[in-house]
Each structure stands twice: as C-alpha cells, then as structure tokens.
Design a protein around this ligand. Structure first.
Ligand code: GDP
Ligand code: MG
Length: 589
C-alpha cells in the first residue's frame, strides 16, 4: 500500500485536465506509441467534441524512478456541476488532487467548486499552473491568486505546459512525494463504487476503490445501498486497457464485473462488501440524485415515438439520473424527461439526435415546484399541471458563483438583478478580478442565463452553482389559449409581476405564426380566468392557387403539393391547425 498513490485532476473546463492526463500516460509509457489518440480518457465522441468529461474513469500507471516503482491511479472526474455527485464520489476514492489552472485564465468558477469538494474530503491539493507556453500566460498573476486562495508558498506551485510536456515529470514526482499513501481502516471488505456502467456483453461493471479487505473473482458480494447480492465475475484494472487481475487489495483502484442487468443495483456511491463476512457499516455518502430540470421531448415525426422510447431506455442503462415518462399534449405523444441540470439535458438531446438519428422538439426547460393545495404538498414538474388555486408555491434556489474581470461587475450585477437574484457577497480574488455570489431561482438559470452572462461580459465570466433548497415565491401559471383551447405545451410558471409581459410576447409571436383560417382566431394569454394579452388572427381569404389562373397546371400542382406537405406537420388544437414550426418558434422565445 505504501507504493500506491490515488489522485484525481480537477480543473475548470478547458484548463488542460485531459491534456495533462495524456502527458502523464505518455511519460509512464502506459500506451504504446502507435495506439495513442488524443485524450484517451474522454471516450465518448460527444465528450471529445465538447471537451468535457461526463463519466469518471480510472487508469493505473507504473512510474519508475531511482527509488523504485510506484503505482499511480488516476481517477478522472466529470468536469461539470451537473455531475457534482459523481465528482464527489471520485474525489472520495483519492488521497490527493492536482488542481490545474490555466496560466492565461486564472482561477475560474469550477476551479473553486471542485477545489471545495476536494477540501471537504481532506485531499492533499497540488496546485499546477498549466499552459505556461502561451504568450498571454500571466504566471505571476495566477501565482498570486493561488497563494491567496490556498495559503500556500509560491514554491509549492508547479508550473507546466501539458502541451509541450515541460514540467510534467515534476508533477509525477509531486504525486509520489506529497500525496499520502492509502491506509486501511478495517479488516472486512469495503469497496466504494465511484463509477458504474452497463456493458452489453458483460452486464454492469463498477469502478471501485478498495478501502478495506480484498475482492477476487468468484467472491459472493453484496451492495449496501441496493441490498443486491451477486457474484464477482472478474476483477481488474485499466492500464489503460482493461486487464484482469487476481485480486484487488486495500488501497487499490480497479473494476469489478458484476454481470447484473440493472445499473440501479450498483450505483455510484454504493459500498460493496462480502456477502459471507460483511462489514458492519458502508463507506460514507450514498445519495440518490434527483432530477432538477425537466422538459418534454417529442419526435418531429409521430411515427418515431417507439424509437424515442427505446433510445431513452438505452441511454438510461448507463445513466440512472435520466428520468422519463410518456406524456401526450398537442405536440403529440412524447416524454416528460428529468435531468440533473442543463448540461445533462443538452447532452441527452444531442445524443438522441446524433446517436439514434431522431429529430426532436423540446419544450422550454422547467424546474420542479412544490405546491401546497388544501394543506397537502404536491410536486409539479410540468407547468400545465399547476392548479389555478393553491395556498403556496415554492421554487428551487441555487447559490451561484460568478468570476469576472472587474470592468464587467456592473453588467453581471444587472443581469443577476433582472433574474431575481439576491447578492450574497463580492470579493476580489486578485487586483483585477472579482468573485460575485448570488442566490438565484433555478428557473431563471435554466433558461438562457449562461448565454446572457457570456454575451454581457464578452465571454470573460465563468459561472457555477449549487442547490440551496426551496423558497416560497409569488408565481403564477400563464396559459396560452388559441380559439379558447389551451396550448398545454406552452404553459409556463412565471413571477406574477412578469406574467402580462411574458404572455404578451408569446401571443404576439403566435399571431404571426398561426396561419389564417376560415374564421377569426383569438390568441390569448391567461392567468387563471383573467386574460392578460389578446391578439386576433384574421380570417383567411386568398386561395393559394388564385394567382395561377388555371393556365400553368404544373405550377399549380406544385403549390398544392407544397401545401399538403406543410399540412402533415400540422398539430390540431381544438378547431385550429397550428404548424409545428409555430410551436418551435414560440418555444424558442
Ligand atoms: P480540459 O477541458 O480541462 O480537459 O482541457 P483540455 O485538456 O481538453 O485542453 C483544452 C485546450 O487547451 C485544448 O485545446 C488543449 O490543446 C489546450 N491545452 C492544454 N494544455 C495546454 C498547454 O499547456 N499549452 C497550450 N498552449 N495549450 C494547452
Ligand atoms: Mg477534458
């Protein structure tokens, strides 16, 4: 155990975590030259393209230096707040962390979020300034920020270029010299599951860190959280290819093949022990992470409904945080889906479109509300379900950290104020850059907050948030009625004082988008029984073919065909047919 070091790399997105991981693997010759591809640890296409890590993974390398051979386990952590629970489990499997900071960017919001998680788990933190090769690198300024933040001496900070390899060997030495070796606490087997996935050939595979005892092929084991019993079919490690081993010993990191069909049986955060000689207590920290952001997903082509169901089920095999259930609105048959956060939602939508070739309509994302009706509390994940009468409504609130150069502070404060934010604090992290803390309703964050923040600060602000529970608010449901019939898919829950304005915007948009009919169509926005905005779509007069004089028959036929094709994408709402594009455009505002 004295020769093992378990560590992770934490960083703000794009600060060089994956590049550094690759360099560490190169130096330790983990991968033969001809098999090297960029960023070994980011396996999914989408991860590679978006430059984010979605699932935690672990790689074992051997590092040789004059004092012998050292086993280093690198545990890769997801880089985004939506996956904070997985980050915290991955961190719990380590004794130390490399905190990587871009020399041209300095400390950013996710640097802090991840650092705090690592500090909560008492990890040894090794600060690393990366990208010192960049002409715009400001190593002195970033050094100042880090010494201030961590209270470390300047000579404890490593200065490297993961791109050129400069300084990377010192990183390996620091891992060996500064990070403590793992220590066993008890006799009976306890392994922390810090990641798990479903493999179509081998069933559920769990990545584990052995805290106490050992695991071997053929062991009968039990998972504390799910209370599932199963036989271990194989144990091994990734180096970085899966390599099977005799056993996993205390302090070691590796995988176990469970052969189970259901990933729920072996979730991240669970503890595995021996069935015949179980430990008394699980390792700390098993929580079920509920979805926080919801939206409706509908296939553009109604015939794709079953394909969408199968695709969601396939994704769920490896992503128990994804929730879905069928729903039927004027958009047709689709699914109400629950996600960990906005990024999670975007990733799922993108995978459905890209990997399964589905064309989708997504409704505006919304959060989960807690509503008291007749003294009973109800949870509402679909705005159209909010009753007109209730005693109280509460919404989720988050604490947001925003870091930006001081010249953008005014713009950030303005934005947070518009989004019903309450300032909690503001401090300088260096002479030029400021950290602002706000409590914000999650509903205000899940729409376009991040885009607005980026555009108002010309991309110079970074942003992160964590949940802070529920808070009462004066919210109402705005419904859109077309010829008196509600368009459920467009219902929204908004602050009372913004209901009229938001309703008007929607109604004006729809008026332009709904084609004229044989009769006048009123388009209204209502709060309860009260109409807050109204427009009319005037009746239809002209015949599309009137201009063709009957002479040019091919042109006439073309026009009619075009009209027919358009019709197929119409959604019937009461007496009125609304083109799908109208829904889409309205969903976008
Ligand atoms: P991650 O999001 O933290 O995993 O960041 P990546 O490792 O994907 O790096 C983000 C970008 O920074 C990529 O384009 C890398 O090529 C680049 N990068 C990483 N390290 C360095 C470095 O030391 N110097 C320079 N110039 N670029 C780097
Ligand atoms: Mg990466």
């Amino acid at each position: 155990m004295e020769r093992i070091r378990n560590f992770c790399i934490i960083a703000h997105i794009d600060h060089g975590k994956s590049t550094l991981a690759d360099r560490l693997l190169d130096i330790t010759d983990a991968v033969p030259e001809r098999e090297r591809v960029e960023q070994i640890l980011d396996t999914m296409d989408l991860e590679r393209e978006r430059g984010i890590t979605i699932k935690a993974q672990a790689v074992r390398v051997l590092y040789n230096r004059p004092d012998g051979e050292w086993t280093l386990n690198l545990i890769d952590t997801p880089g985004h707040v939506d996956f904070a629970y997985e980050v915290s489990r991955a961190i719990a499997a380590c004794e130390g962390a490399l905190l990587v900071i871009d020399a041209s960017q300095g400390i950013q919001a996710q640097t802090l979020a991840n650092l705090y998680l690592a500090m909560e788990h008492d990890l040894e933190i090794i600060p690393v300034i990366n990208k010192i090769d960049l002409p715009i690198a400001d190593v002195a300024a970033v050094t100042e920020e880090i010494t201030e933040l961590l209270g470390v001496e300047e000579d404890e900070i490593l200065k490297i270029s993961a791109k050129t390899g400069e300084g990377v060997r010192e990183v390996l030495n620091a891992i060996v010299d500064r990070i403590p070796a793992p220590q066993a606490a008890g006799e009976k087997t306890r392994a922390l599951v810090f990641d798990s996935y479903y493999d179509p050939y081998r069933g559920v595979v769990a990545l584990v860190r052995l805290f106490d005892g050992a695991l071997r092929k053929g062991d009968e084991v039990r998972a504390f959280g799910s209370d599932e019993r199963f036989e271990v079919l194989e144990v091994g490690c990734y180096s970085p290819r899966p390599t099977s081993l005799e056993e996993l010993r205390p302090g070691e990191v590796g995988y176990i093949v469970a052969g189970l069909k259901d990933i729920e049986a072996l979730r991240v955060g669970d503890t595995v022990t021996r069935a015949d000689d179980p430990a008394e207590e699980p390792l700390p920290g098993y929580t079920r992470v509920p979805p926080t952001v919801f939206c409706g997903l509908y296939p553009t082509d109604p015939d794709d409904f079953e394909r969408l169901r199968n695709a969601l089920a396939r994704l769920q095999l490896n992503d128990a945080a994804l929730h879905f259930e069928p729903e039927n609105t004027q958009l047709g048959f689709g699914f109400r889906c629950g996600f960990l956060g906005l990024l999670h939602m975007e990733i799922v939508q993108e995978r459905l479109e890209r990997e399964f070739g589905l064309e989708l309509i997504a409704t505006i994302p919304n959060v989960k509300y807690k509503v008291r009706v007749d003294g009973e509390e109800r949870e509402i994940t679909n705005p159209s379900e909010l009753p007109d009468l209730f005693e109280e409504i509460r919404e989720p609130v988050v604490r947001a950290t925003i870091i930006c150069p001081q010249e953008h502070v005014g713009a950030v404060m303005g934005l947070c104020h518009e989004r019903r934010g309450i300032s909690v604090g503001m401090e300088y992290i260096s002479s030029m850059r400021v950290q602002l803390t706000y409590d914000l309703p999650l509903a205000e964050v899940v729409t376009d907050f991040f885009d607005a923040l980026k555009s108002r600060t010309r991309g110079y602000a970074s942003f992160d948030y964590e949940p802070r529970g529920y808070q009462a608010a004066d919210l109402v449901k705005v419904e859109v009625l077309v010829a008196g019939d509600p368009l459920e898919a467009l219902s929204m829950i908004v602050p009372r004082d913004r209901a009229a304005q938001r309703g008007r915007a929607l109604v004006e948009k729809l008026k332009e988008l709904i084609p004229r009919q044989q009769f006048q169509v009123p388009v209204q926005a209502a709060v309860g029984k009260r109409i807050v905005a109204r427009e009319n779509v005037r009746p239809y007069r002209k015949d599309v073919t009137a201009k063709c004089y009957g002479g040019d028959i091919t042109r006439k036929r073309k026009l009619l065909e075009k009209q027919k094709a358009g019709k197929r994408r119409m959604k019937q709402v009461g007496k009125v047919e609304i083109p799908q594009e109208a829904f889409l455009a309205a969903l976008r505002i």
